[in-house]
Write a protein that binds this ligand. Structure first.
Ligand SMILES: Cc1ncc(C[n+]2csc(CCOP(=O)(O)OP(=O)(O)O)c2C)c(N)n1
Ligand SMILES: [Mg+2]
Length: 281
């Protein structure tokens, strides 16, 4: 990729801003939600959808598409925000978020939502499903890639480590896994609930091509996705992304209990204003 970093980042920073804004607007519909996570992962989603992945917005089931498999289904609000920005879901559907009969339920459901490749909710499954999808694509002779996002809380689950083993066993070089290390989960800081460090050493020892980046640094995320795509080794690729819950809205970044955020009615506008202030800063 020869485009300059500066060129990418102006464009990608605007996409990330708009993803964050979409997520806040959806959160406002319900008055609550997994907002901290949507804000922390917006940069990774911007790079995924506006730099790395191949897809056709008007044809979400196009056979040649790269697949984005959301393992941590409670991050659906973040993915909807990106799918809206990508033109896969119409902007006006944002107002239906979490309502009866909406195509945007609070946890990701493949059968409801264009662009949603798997149903979530029960954590720890996405990486295994992505391994299966990668094997299927290879068997069909497809050059499409599978991107899968999972969370640091999911590292507590044995099924994730089975998938890590099997992806390396089958040399799945069409798999790019992203783990969101926000060091939070429902019961507290992830590293205190179940110690997983040194994570990159462990993953490398399991046979993966591993990179670790600041997941809120667009330059770093772009470089990591590029390296993951161009790596010549017959290995699955993992990008460990360290992120900050609530990124872009300082008063949400500062909240200690931020797994599921309730925001008072008057604070949504404050959150949008804070995001705007960061955009122009
Ligand atoms: C198999 C399973 N166990 C427990 C839960 C309940 N649960 C929902 S979100 C969550 C936290 C998981 O950690 P993480 O995704 O890192 O949390 P976050 O960063 O979003 O705060 C838990 C335990 C679940 N959805 N599925
Ligand atoms: Mg987490």
């Amino acid at each position: 990729m020869t485009t300059t970093a500066i060129g990418h980042n102006t464009h990608l920073a605007e996409r990330a801003y708009r993803i964050r804004r979409n997520a806040l607007l959806m959160g406002e519909v319900q008055g609550q939600g997994y907002i901290g996570q949507a804000l922390d992962i917006a940069d990774v989603l911007a790079v995924s959808y506006f730099h790395a992945m191949r897809y056709r917005p008007a044809e979400p089931e196009w056979e040649g598409r790269d697949r984005f498999m959301l393992s941590n289904g409670h991050y659906a609000i973040a993915l909807y925000a990106a799918l809206i920005e990508a033109g896969i879901i119409p902007q006006e559907e944002l107002e239906t978020y979490g309502s009866d009969d909406s195509r945007l339920p609070m946890s990701g459901m493949a059968s409801y939502t264009p662009g949603m490749e798997m149903s979530g909710g029960s954590l720890g499954l996405g990486l295994s499903l992505a391994v299966g999808r990668c094997l299927g694509l290879k068997r069909k002779g497809s050059d499409a890639r599978v991107y899968t996002l999972f969370s640091d809380g999911e590292l507590d689950e044995g099924s994730v480590w089975e998938a890590i083993l099997s992806a390396a066993h089958w040399k799945l070089d069409n798999l790019i896994a992203i783990v969101d290390v926000n060091n939070q989960q429902a019961d507290g800081p992830s590293t205190q609930v179940m110690a997983f460090e040194p994570l990159t050493d462990k993953l490398a020892a399991f046979g993966w091509f591993v990179q670790r980046v600041d997941g809120n640094d667009l330059d770093a995320v772009v470089a990591a996705f590029d390296a993951a795509k161009s790596c010549p080794d017959p290995k699955p690729r993992m990008i460990v992304c360290d992120t900050k819950m609530g990124k872009g809205v300082p008063f949400l970044e500062a909240r200690e209990k931020n797994h599921f955020i309730r925001v008072d009615a008057h604070e949504w506008q404050l959150a949008l204003d804070a995001l705007d202030a960061g955009r122009t800063a």
